[in-house]
Design a protein around this ligand. Structure first.
Ligand code: OGA
Ligand code: MN
Length: 256
């Protein structure tokens, strides 16, 4: 749901009723701060201004185990298999993807338990959640920098990455939400201060606060950084192929 222009997916989400999930037994997730890279100047920027502080981002590796991943993927396949991957219209934020929104109660009982556990870990009790957004990004698919539409979703974006490792990049955009032209998007991707977030397969990320509102997020076609990425440029050998990626994105409804 890349949302600057309130695309169809968002309009659909807005019509679906919100659902409230009961709490499930708690499982301790352990965040790994090493998955959050350092802020650096954009590749096309000649700025010597001080870099903004990195926004707080939480990434929990191994948020689900392999069996749970397989079950979630099986559930998703039932809904996605008849859909074709959508190509890349020039101003699309997301390219080569399929998607669907489903209430948590539509998942198989085992997956529902997993979803409840993740929601309990990532949201405050009683959070009013939108249906789960399942985004299936083909191996050559990608997501351009964007801020999820503030009219349709609330203060938290929580994503579970399945099937492949990926890199999310955050791009500094302190102006907050506004319509963006193609040129703006390009500028944002290459000139704004940015940082990489490693999203290992089966990890859960949480974007809220400045990471939700002041930094645009994107998923690149290829992971762009490798080990020890903090200051040095990544070398060719650091790069790993990104395969097809399935994400489950949990969002709360917009306030009001
Ligand atoms: C989106 C989005 C990120 C992800 O759909 O708006 O940014 O993890 N998705 O798939
Ligand atoms: Mn988004």
């Amino acid at each position: 749901m890349a949302c600057r222009r309130a695309p169809r997916s968002l309009r659909r989400i807005a019509k679906l009723p919100c659902c409230r999930l009961s709490t499930a037994s708690s499982v301790a997730l352990r965040a790994d701060p090493a998955l959050v890279g350092a802020v650096r100047h954009g590749v096309a920027s000649s700025s010597t201004d001080p870099l903004p502080a990195a926004p707080a981002v939480t990434i929990y590796p191994d948020a689900v185990d392999e069996a749970e991943e397989a079950k979630l993927v099986r559930d998703a396949e039932r809904w996605l298999k008849r859909k074709a991957f959508e190509g890349g219209h020039f101003d699309r934020v997301i390219v080569h993807y399929r998607e669907v929104q489903k209430k948590a109660s539509a998942f198989s009982p085992g997956s529902q338990k997993v979803i409840e556990r993740l929601i309990q870990a990532a949201f405050p009790p009683g959070a009013n959640l939108l249906p789960v957004h399942l985004l299936d990004l083909d191996a050559d698919g990608y997501i351009q920098p964007h801020v999820d539409h503030v009219q349709y979703s609330g203060s938290s974006i929580v994503g579970l990455s399945l099937l492949t490792d990926a890199v999310m990049t955050l791009h500094y955009e302190p102006r907050g939400y506004h319509e963006t032209t193609e040129a703006d998007k390009e500028k944002l991707a290459t000139e704004a201060p940015w940082l990489p977030l490693k999203l290992p397969r089966r990890s859960l990320y949480v974007l809220r606060g400045p990471a939700r509102y002041e930094w645009a997020h994107a998923i690149s076609q290829q992971p762009v950084v490798g080990e020890g990425d903090s200051e040095s440029e990544s070398s060719e050998s650091d790069r790993t192929e990104r395969g097809r990626r399935l994400s489950l994105i949990f969002r709360d409804g917009a306030p009001g």
